[in-house]
Structures are given as structure tokens and as C-alpha cells.
Design a protein around this ligand. Structure first.
Ligand code: HEC
Length: 154
């Protein structure tokens, strides 16, 4: 009796976790996954570019504006990656993702994590309102973009 109860409970749990997997992401097929990650990357980049313009002096540095972009950048920095995790979300004509991503999944994830850590640091350092303090963290972040693109983006 007890054993049967446990089995039933386990079966229930497994059913739950399977349905959780199916509903875990905000998309349900490979094409949507590609679209999802590309859109997220592009919103992330808009915020990054707005900061870059101030770093380069093309736009005058404004601490409040920079801070808001850094905060949004941090929020976005965790969003794209689930779009790479779905099996079948491999590059087709509509994607620049290289298959090396799935051959080196841990390295790819590590780089995605590094980006999120730099994004958090950038948001934090922005509170000081000093471009001199911001610059090195910004450069580390930019190098993380480039490093990953060199390896995994067409
Ligand atoms: C962990 C790896 C990784 C990191 C870190 C990374 N990218 Fe990418 N990025 C990719 C890959 C892979 C693609 C290609 C995605 C596709 O087309 O399916 C891509 C595509 C893009 C695109 C094109 C999106 C589109 O509309 O097709 C932009 C813009 C972009 N990245 C900006 C950035 C910026 C800015 C950073 C740093 C702040 C960054 N990425 C960091 C892997 C990364």
C-alpha cells in the first residue's frame, strides 16, 4: 500500500516536471527560439550601444541616463540564453549561431554567465557616476561579447 502510494506520488511528480519542461520557455518550436534569442540580443545591444556612445564621447555623459541603460542591460543580459537551450533550435538560414555552441555547451554557458556578471558589475559601478570607473568594466563587458561572437557567431 505504502509502496503503491509512493509510486503514484512519483508518477504525479514526473508528470508535473514533464509539463514544466514543455512550458518552461516562452516559445514552442525551433524557429521561435531563434526569433526569441535574436530579439532579446538586439534589445540588449540597444542598451549597450547607448552606453557605448557615452563612453566614446559621441553623446555627452549623463549619469542618470547611463544608469538606466546599465540597469536595462543587466535585466536583458540573462534573457537570450534560453533561446539556445531548446533542442532543435539549431542554425538555419535565419540564424548566425554556429553548431560549435552545442559541441561546447559548457563553454558557451560560461561565457553567457560571465556576461551577466559583468552586466551586474556595470550597473553597480554606474551608481558612482564616474566614467573613469565605468570604462574598465564596460571594456571587460565588450570583450565578452566579442569573445563569444568570435567563437560562436557567423
Ligand atoms: C555567450 C555568447 C554570446 C555573448 C556573451 C554575446 N553574444 Fe551576441 N550573439 C551570440 C550568438 C551565438 C549570436 C547569433 C544568434 C542567432 O543568430 O541565432 C549572437 C547575435 C547577436 C546579435 C544579432 C541579433 C539578431 O538580431 O540577429 C547582436 C545584436 C548581439 N549578438 C549583440 C551582443 C552584444 C552587444 C553582446 C555583449 C554585450 C553580446 N551579443 C554577447 C552569442 C553571444
Amino acid at each position: 500500500m505504502k509502496k503503491q502510494l509512493i509510486t503514484t506520488a512519483l508518477a504525479g511528480l514526473m508528470a508535473l516536471s514533464f509539463s514544466a519542461t514543455a512550458d518552461e520557455n516562452a516559445f514552442n518550436d525551433a524557429d521561435k527560439a531563434v526569433e526569441y534569442r535574436q530579439k532579446a540580443l538586439s534589445v540588449m545591444k540597444e542598451n549597450f550601444s547607448a552606453m557605448a556612445a557615452m563612453i566614446k564621447g559621441e553623446v555627452e555623459y549623463n549619469a542618470d541616463f547611463f544608469q538606466r541603460r546599465a540597469d536595462d542591460f543587466e535585466k536583458m543580459s540573462g534573457i537570450p540564453w534560453s533561446g539556445f537551450a531548446v533542442e532543435g533550435a539549431m542554425p538555419g538560414n535565419n540564424s548566425d549561431a554556429l553548431t560549435a555552441i552545442w559541441d561546447n555547451w559548457e563553454d558557451f554557458q560560461q561565457r553567457a554567465n560571465d556576461l551577466q556578471e559583468y552586466a551586474a558589475k556595470l550597473s553597480e559601478i554606474s551608481q558612482q557616476g564616474s566614467l573613469d570607473s565605468i570604462k574598465p568594466v564596460f571594456m571587460d563587458t565588450a570583450n565578452t561579447c566579442k569573445g563569444c561572437h568570435d567563437e560562436y557567431k557567423d
